[in-house]
Structure formats: structure tokens, C-alpha cells
Ligand binder design. Structure first.
Ligand code: C2E
Ligand code: SIN
Ligand code: SIN
Ligand code: FE
Length: 398
């Protein structure tokens, strides 16, 4: 008989059938085996709160312990961290999903207005920016992770949301004031508004553009700028970002071939955030690169970005960004879940694979910054080399 059992009541000798609860771990868990003490500890540590056991193949749950008895599993748990944020990262992922969904539909409405020649309502942007800013303030990685995952047909809208979040994180890292952080977010949200009036078949073309098509596409910064200017009430820096996010630091960008500091700071920030989100997303014409590989490539594109801004950007999202596949000293593979408190080299990761034996292991979350962790990142792994079917799901479903 199959029975859901809370993890605190799971005992060695029970037969593991599958995980209970929301069940997101399924992908890499072998089905069916006899539970040992260390399996139970690993599951509890991995945040699993319920299992489905099969009482036909293993022990059944004991009767409820008397109320006075100490809960055995709780006693073995590590003490709570001294500084508990008001939301856990898991809770913030939930918030972030709602915020993204809501923002996506608002951005669609905004683009629709632009397409129909209606005045763009700038006022509708600020509440979105505030919600995103607040989420990034609680757990920067939550919203950034959610916004990176997009299907190619929703790219244009979620790209606006993602660039808003990246701009907010970068502006905070650069120590800009609260009002500048907010403006940076609004600028990110609106930077590609000009794409609303680009021919839809060019925008969604699955292959490379012809010279003529690219010439048309290159008018989107000016088109966006004009619409935002006409809307009124849009901060100057958001106008700058719309107009200049495709300028390059060496003066080879468009529309004005501005060079170096002649490109406003917010626009240099916009260039970095825009390209990072573009290349880490699946788009109609190109598959996503991994987050860490994307940073490496951007560092290699000499002349495109302001180096100081790019460095600050990397510090804001981490050398091993959320979603990056890493190899640990223990020869296990893990995906990055969240940046560490202190060190960019020691994020929180989810271990799921033994690279030496080439087989899945129990999903387990590790805080590499914890003094008793005993493991560390030795390098990045290329997801292409391993071909895991659902790497993103591993951390998306925290
Ligand atoms: P987007 O797809 O949002 O990309 C934004 C910017 O990210 C690009 O601006 C470019 O600077 C950078 N980027 C994106 N993919 C790559 C890449 O594979 N390599 C490098 N080095 N940089 C990359 P760009 O090139 O000025 O393009 C502006 C917009 O024009 C793009 O926005 C996209 O909407 C469209 N576009 C550009 N190339 C193509 C293409 O080959 N096919 C299609 N369908 N659209 C394209
Ligand atoms: C992103 O992929 O948009 C950012 C993810 C992160 O590194 O936090
Ligand atoms: C990489 O980007 O190459 C590492 C893997 C990942 O980021 O998903
Ligand atoms: Fe653009």
C-alpha cells in the first residue's frame, strides 16, 4: 500500500516509492529502494518534507508517538541560521513567478499600445519596477532565475522583465541611489519598446536576417526613444537607454556610434544587461548559452562593453551565476541555486549527479560557504557535454 509520510517519521527499513509533495525532484531519483539512515538524512537536508512509501515492500509507519516524546528527527537538525530573511529563497521563487507573470502581461499591454499608436502609459511601469526591485532586494537570484527561462515566443516581453531585474541588481551593486535604482529598472523595462513597431515576421524570424532586415531592426532604438519621449514623464535616463543600448564602448555601435564615456552610464549598463539576457535566452533565431559561458564570452568581446560596468555586473550576478553547471571537488555535478553570502566562489548548489560513475545521486543542496561543507567548486562544466534533459528544472523548482 502506498502511503504519504512526513520526513520526520520516515525510518530505515521503509521502502521508498517516490517523493511526495510537489514532487519536482523526480527527474533524477531512482524509483523504489529500501531506505537507510543516510538516505533519510540526505532527503531531509535536501528540503524534502514528504515521501510516498510502499508498505508492501518495507516497514510501515509506527503509531503516532505520544505527544510528550521529543520529535527525533528535529533534534538532529542543524540550528537555524541566525539571520533568517523574511522570505526563504523558495518562497521568493514563488513571489518571483507571480511578479513575472503579472509583469509579462503588463509589458504585452504596453507593447500593444505602442503597436496601435496609442500613448504609452509610463505610470503603469513603476508599480512593476517596485515589485521587481523589492524581490531583488530580498533575494536577487530568485527573480533573475525565473526571468531567464522563457520560450522563444514570449522572449520579447520577458526580456524586458529580465533586463529590468538585471538593471536593478547592477544599479544596486554600483551603489546608485534608491531613485536611480528605480529609474534603472524602468529603463530596463522599456529599453526595447521600439521592437513593438518592428515587422513581426522579422522579429520572429527563425534564421539570420538579411542586410535589409537588419537595417530595419536597427531602427528600433530610435523608434522606442520617440515613443517614450511622446509619452511624457519618462525619466531622461530611460530615454537614453532606449536610444543608446546598442552603442558599443569602442564607437562601433548604433544608432549614433557614440564612444566611451560619451555613452551615458545607464546606457552602458543597459548594453551589458541586454546582451546577457539575450544570449542566455532561447530566441526565435538562436538557442541559449549557459549563464557562465555567456559571461565568459562577453568578457571576450573586446570593445563592446565598458569593462568596469561588466566587472560590476559579474559581481552582481556571480562568477557562477544561478543555473550554471559546476563540478565539485567530490566529482559530483551540481547546479548553482543562489549566490553565497560572502564569496562569489561559494554559492549554494544542488548536487544531482556523480560525474565519475556517470549516474544520478540523491538530490542534495549544499551551502559551499558553510564551514562544515567540505566540498568546493573546481570548475564549470559544459551542459552540452552532458546533455541533461532538464537542467533548468532542477533549480527552477526549488
Ligand atoms: P536581441 O535578440 O534581443 O539581441 C540583443 C543584442 O544581444 C544584439 O544586438 C547583440 O548585441 C547581442 N547578441 C545577441 N545574440 C548574439 C550572438 O549570438 N553573438 C553576439 N556577439 N552578440 C549577440 P543586435 O545584434 O544589434 O541585434 C538587435 C536585435 O536584432 C536582436 O535583439 C534581434 O531582435 C534582432 N536580430 C539580430 N540578429 C538577428 C538574427 O540573426 N535573426 C533574427 N531573427 N533577429 C536578429
Ligand atoms: C539571468 O540568467 O538572467 C541571471 C541569473 C543569475 O545569474 O542570477
Ligand atoms: C556554462 O555556462 O557553460 C556553464 C553551464 C551553465 O551555465 O549552465
Ligand atoms: Fe535592443
Amino acid at each position: 500500500m502506498l502511503k504519504p509520510v512526513p520526513i520526520a517519521r520516515v525510518r530505515p527499513g521503509m521502502w521508498f516509492h517516490r517523493l511526495g509533495g510537489s514532487g519536482y525532484h523526480h527527474a533524477f531519483v531512482k524509483r523504489g529502494f529500501l531506505l537507510e539512515e543516510r538516505d533519510i538524512a540526505a532527503l531531509a537536508e535536501g528540503g524534502v518534507d514528504e515521501l510516498i512509501i510502499d508498505t508492501a515492500q518495507g516497514l510501515d509507519v509506527e503509531a503516532e508517538p505520544p505527544a510528550a516524546a521529543a520529535p527525533p528527527a528535529a533534534a538532529a537538525r542543524p540550528p537555524a541560521a541566525p539571520l533568517q530573511p523574511r522570505y526563504t529563497i523558495d518562497e521568493e521563487m514563488q513571489n518571483a513567478r507571480h511578479i513575472c507573470l503579472d509583469a509579462k502581461s503588463k509589458v504585452m499591454a504596453l507593447f500593444n499600445d505602442a503597436r496601435l499608436g496609442r500613448a504609452v502609459q509610463f505610470d503603469s511601469v513603476l508599480p512593476m519596477v517596485d515589485a521587481i526591485n523589492a524581490s531583488v532586494g530580498r533575494h536577487p537570484d530568485a527573480l533573475l532565475s525565473v526571468a531567464r527561462l522563457k520560450s522563444h515566443d514570449e522572449y520579447t516581453y520577458l526580456h524586458s522583465v529580465a533586463v529590468c531585474a538585471l538593471m536593478v541588481a547592477l544599479a544596486r551593486r554600483l551603489g546608485l541611489s534608491e531613485s536611480e535604482v528605480r529609474d534603472a529598472g524602468a529603463a530596463g523595462m522599456l529599453h526595447d519598446l521600439g521592437k513593438a513597431v518592428m515587422p513581426i515576421d522579422v522579429l520572429n524570424k527563425p534564421g539570420a536576417l538579411t542586410d535589409d532586415e537588419f537595417r530595419v531592426m536597427k531602427s528600433h532604438p530610435e523608434r522606442g526613444f520617440a515613443m517614450l519621449k511622446a509619452a511624457g514623464g519618462v525619466p531622461d535616463c530611460a530615454l537614453d537607454v532606449a536610444l543608446h543600448h546598442h552603442e558599443k564602448f569602442d564607437g562601433t555601435g548604433y544608432p549614433h556610434k557614440l564612444e566611451g564615456d560619451a555613452i551615458p552610464l545607464m546606457s552602458r549598463m543597459g548594453a551589458v544587461c541586454d546582451v546577457y539576457d539575450a544570449i542566455t535566452s532561447n530566441r526565435p533565431y538562436k538557442k541559449a548559452w549557459g549563464p557562465a559561458e555567456s559571461l565568459q564570452r562577453m568578457v571576450g568581446w573586446k570593445g563592446h562593453f565598458d569593462d568596469l560596468v561588466l566587472k560590476a555586473f559579474i559581481r552582481s550576478i556571480g562568477i557562477y551565476p544561478v543555473g550554471a553547471l559546476v563540478r565539485l571537488e567530490s566529482e559530483r555535478l551540481a547546479v548553482v541555486l543562489e549566490q553565497g553570502e560572502g564569496s562569489l566562489l561559494a554559492p549554494r548548489v544542488r548536487v544531482f549527479f556523480n560525474a565519475r560513475k556517470r549516474e544520478p545521486v540523491f538530490i542534495k543542496d549544499l551551502d559551499l560557504a558553510a564551514s562544515d561543507c567540505g566540498d568546493r567548486i573546481v570548475g564549470l562544466e559544459s551542459p552540452d557535454k552532458w546533455n541533461f534533459p532538464s537542467l533548468d528544472k532542477l533549480w527552477l523548482a526549488q
